[in-house]
Design a protein around this ligand. Sequence first.
Ligand code: ADP
Length: 394
Amino acid sequence: MSTRTVLVINSGSSSIKYQLVDPDSGERLASGLVERIGDSIGTITHKHGEEKTEITEPVPDHGFGLAEVLRLFEEKGPTLSEAHVVAVGHRVVQGGRYFSGPALVDDAVVAKIEELVPLGPLHNPAHLKGIEVARKLMAGIPQVVVFDTAFFQDLPEEAARYGLNREVADRYSIRRYGAHGTSHQYVSQEIAKRLGREDLKQIVLHLGNGASVSAVVNGHAVDTSMGLTPLEGLVMGGRTGDIDPAAVFHLVRVAGMTVDEIDHLFNRESGMKGLTGQQDMREVWKLIEAGDQQARDAMDVYLHRLVKYVGAYTAVMGGVDAITFTAGIGENDKRLRAELCERLAFLGITVDAAANAAPAGEPVTISTPESAVVVTVLPTNEELAIARQAVTLI
Ligand code: ADP
């Protein structure tokens, strides 16, 4: 039985994801998802041990959704009192320049997150809804916010600043904030523990539907591929990643597109989806196996971008000791890992094919003992990282 747990909440515009986590053992006691909030019909899925409960009903708003979740905890277990919930941890995407670590929620913190809505228009309003209803429904429990940008808050100025007119950049807060920071921090810390040393030059490849790379020296992020928004950097499931901003001018002038149309095109209809018709890497590989040349070309675009970032970050750090794969693609896609490492052979990387083929779920070193760089596959666990950060404040 856990002595204390944290309820971790990731509140989206039409969904609430949650996990009940023991921050000390890392055990996940329960998890669930409220989907299609505001639609005519929604679903709530709650998992406790082997038992899975699914409810289909209208979920008009976040308050109703969370109340249903709390009811499921009481009915299906574990009850929140027997689980000793000591904090609620909220994931927040955009912390701007205010938050360099987790914060205990009060009215002033809520006001700051509100102020940052223009920098995180898709995410922060949804997080605020989750925070508001949790404060109301779980009034006796401390609420903590953990920011996706916090790990990159102290990026060196040379990495955070764009070559944009200084006055305009500063007036409109345009700089590189990064994202996925909780994952990059968790993974780089786990690697330092595994290798038994802090003085490491690390590259973390968080390759999920959204994807980002970070360069971490002695535990501090020195660069990362996502910028003002999560659009910058790698080719992703549906996002372009790096693209000449003049493409925007061109589409406005020549194609007559609006800003919203271009936003949608770059963030949702591009990347692997826009190149191949398939957003999921497993489907892209199926196309490649069936001889689809466009899919093979798209995979090469994806890999080429990755090689460029690894090369650039190795140069920025003056070397690299450890490269780590994480998130949906990083943890599961052995063929992509093998192809990328082959392209990185110039770094002295050699991969143990059997280790690379090991089933996903556990951390595995996939480089050989002779490899000049330790290459690891390490499952990320953002919920555990949020839970651990939350208890530092209570
Ligand atoms: P996010 O949290 O950004 O939504 P995840 O980290 O969960 O994304 O990653 C989801 C992606 O992982 C899927 O879109 C898919 O492309 C990829 N993925 C999952 N399993 C595999 C697999 N076995 N092989 C290749 N790719 C996979």
